[in-house]
Design a protein. Structure first.
Length: 114
């Protein structure tokens, strides 16, 4: 599977069947969760694995007629396994404090200029 330079989404057009869209995950845990949600929603899918430079990739072929339902399931899966941008709590509070400080300075300069 060609991953390209910058892969923003985790789905692509099926290479041979235009009626399908391929969703892919890099961890087995994500793929098992996605699969369970598809089965729970009784959505037909085809499943496969591929080897890439990044390691194993777990593939799911989904009919485009089910795309709206599967997109919601995909977002739920990605959200469940999402890592925070700033994992360090001290860094989170520093950035929040910096933002509030900038907001306060802006507010004070606005009031003084009036």
């Amino acid at each position: 599977m060609n991953e390209g330079f910058l892969q923003v989404t985790n789905h692509k057009e099926h290479p041979t069947n235009k009626a399908y869209k391929v969703f892919f995950f890099y961890t087995k845990q994500e793929s098992l969760y996605f699969k369970s949600l598809l089965e729970e929603s009784q959505i037909f899918f085809e499943q496969g694995n591929d080897q890439t430079k990044k390691g194993n990739i777990y593939l799911f072929g989904i009919r485009k007629t089910d795309l709206t339902k599967v997109s919601k399931i995909n977002y739920e899966t990605l959200g469940k396994f999402r890592k925070p941008i700033f994992a360090n709590k001290k860094l989170q509070f520093f950035i929040l404090g910096l933002g509030l400080f900038i907001l306060l300075i802006t507010l004070i300069s606005y009031i003084v200029s009036q």
